[in-house]
Design a protein around this ligand. Sequence first.
Ligand code: FUL
Ligand code: CA
Length: 519
Amino acid sequence: MRFLTCTLISLILLTRSMAIAQTGNNYVLLPVGLTADSIVKIAGTVRPDQRQAAWQEMEFTVFFHFGINTFADLEWGKKGIKPGIFNPGELDARQWVRTAKEAGAKLAILVAKHHDGFCNWPSKYTDYSVKNSPWKNGQGDVVKEVSDACREYGLKFGVYVSPWDIHSEVYGSNEYNTYFKNLLTEVLTNYGEVSEVWFDGACGEGPNGKKQVYDWMGYYELIRKLQPKAVIAIMGPDVRWVGTESGYGRETEWSVVPLSLASLESIPANSQHKAGKGIFLPPGDMMQEDLGSRETIKNAQGLIWYPSEVDVSIRPGWFYHSKDDSLVKSPEKLADIYFSSVGRNSVLLLNIPPDKRGLIHENDIKSLRGMRALLDSCFSENLAAGATIIPANGNLKSKGENMTDHNPSTFWTCRKGSNCASFIMELKKISPFNCLSLQENIKNGQRVESFLVEIPDGKAWKVIASGTTIGYKRLLRFPRLQAGMVRIRITSSRQNPEISEIGLYLIPERLVPVTSQKN
Ligand code: FUL
Ligand code: CA
């Protein structure tokens, strides 16, 4: 590792003294002396790697927080809770996954082990697991049941394995890293394909009062070896936490962020993160409002594709508590969260915690069904379909229809080198609408910095909505109006914008925020 690090540092120094930028799968190292303008142009060419692109296209994913906390009625566990209380008499993982699928989710992440240390599978490395519970006389395996159900229903499967462990006696020592890697190995080898590994940021003391120095690089290497297609999220190199648990992403959400020199050392292990002194060091503060503006990237030493995930629970807590049965988020709230996460260049990760029976509670199912019905009613008719598209400065080879063919890989673009573009959509008929969807072809990078939406107003055009970043998907909601023509004016972009899909919709009025200028 030391050798690798030294070699890499020399490589970085060499690269930085060269005149050209060095590009990797999803990052670029910038040579010294570049102008701010050229850094912006380069930023517009940083792309997701295959894992990240596939992850982003899922749009909507779910979490199942379930374990001994469900029975102890706790969120973060407590010392001394005995496995004997774990007994989900009616556990039906197929019901969980069916519920997720009907809601529209493409992947389900199961909590395999939370901070309490209890393993939802019969690990051979600890007694603190389902094998010492009365559930199925100790013969059960929640990880198996959920992963099997995911395969049956065609969902991808992911795991949450908490590095923090308040139960393990070896927590706070090197031995714990070995223990943790053993657990990871079990979860990543015995249950088929895993598409996301979720590492939590919470890190407290273990039972012995010690803190753990995590071997992050060792964990990452293991995951890459055992499940090369899995993205590693949050305390990981592929997907970042949006910064809140509210369900709302940033209006300006950049997937390309600066890379710090410290982080650069970790690139060979496919990570921009570096662990030191027990503290995980992401590339700067990933919770601040501005992560990727021109101002933020102008002195960057490197840039990396590091997209945002919005995690939120359908209930006040992450685990099921019967006292919260009346506090399940409403269909309208869930739909609003969808608009404000998927519609703001993020992937939504919605937690649906199974109850003590081992079932998703009726109230949660009702809300999810309501949300699905609402979203289906929003997007069932694209009023932009079949529109004639008149580009102001189009590239003749790229067709306007590419934006309404439901194929995220086909796109319309303007002339290379142009960072402003506009096109007019002549709708098939004068239609009422209050929602616009725009998507960029992120496989070539995230480029658009600002845009305006306009409709004819006499001889002029009137601005009806505006936005900053688009990224994978941007949804704008505004007061309902009627028009036969809509003009999209991209007013700033890092490279020629590549718009892969556009949609115009009439959504239920109650889903349009009152202060709809602030989308
Ligand atoms: C947090 C944890 O501490 C919560 O219990 C939950 O698992 C959430 C998704 O992440 O950091
Ligand atoms: Ca397309």
